[in-house]
Ligand binder design. Structure first.
Ligand SMILES: Nc1ccn([C@@H]2O[C@H](COP(=O)(O)O)[C@@H](O)[C@H]2O)c(=O)n1
Ligand SMILES: C[C@@]1(CO)OP(=O)(O)OP(=O)(O)OC[C@H]1O
Length: 168
């Protein structure tokens, strides 16, 4: 996929989002964490981790590198049930190859149930490890849809990309 070389800006900002319908009898995975006791999980080709999909798209968008569907088509049998941590790792590699690295990230997950607040630290720790960031640079927020979309999980992410030291 040919993309024009990024201008060597010292900072770049990216934004991504993802949503999945929820259905009973499947796990709910968010930020690489399987949510204990969740009665509904994401309907998806992969493991349906909307938080990692939003973060991966945020990384890609900061350098105009398209979106995750271009790298992992949801029609390809090889990605059926895939661990979305591989998607985030690929987006991170593409960003790093171009001389950038995440500075900090902000993630909002919209989910009516279950309450994710008790898992905030675990989710932030998981994301920090996947991104190679301190937890203090990983902002994780939770919202409900106020009953508008109870069978739906959505995530939105913003990332600040920093030009790596020593890059020309
Ligand atoms: N799955 C969720 C959703 C929300 N929270 C917490 O509830 C607060 C209120 O959410 P509203 O959408 O009604 O504003 C929110 O600020 C979160 O702290 C949660 O823990 N898990
Ligand atoms: C992750 C991929 C590929 O399995 O599919 P889904 O798991 O359905 O997720 P979505 O964000 O709808 O599309 C992106 C695809 O790359």
């Amino acid at each position: 996929m040919s993309t024009p070389p990024a201008r060597p800006l010292p900072y770049r900002v990216g934004f991504g989002e993802d949503a999945h319908r929820l259905a009973p009898g499947r796990p709910l995975v968010l930020g690489g964490v399987t949510i204990p006791g969740a009665e509904h999980g994401a309907v998806a080709h992969s493991d349906g981790d909307a938080a990692l999909h939003a973060l991966a798209d945020a990384l890609l968008s900061g350098l105009a590198l398209g979106d995750i569907g271009q790298y992992f088509p949801d029609t390809a049998a090889e990605w059926q049930g895939m661990d979305s941590r591989l998607i985030l790792a690929r987006a991170l590699a593409l960003v790093r190859e171009r001389g950038y690295a995440p500075g900090n990230v902000a993630l909002v997950i919209t989910l009516d149930r279950p309450k994710l607040g008790p898992l905030r630290a675990e989710i932030a720790r998981s994301l920090a490890a996947l991104l190679g960031l301190p937890e203090s640079d990983v902002g994780v927020s939770f919202k409900t849809s106020e009953g508008l979309a109870p069978a739906h999980v959505q995530a939105r992410a913003t990332v600040l990309l920093l030009r790596a030291a020593g890059e020309p």
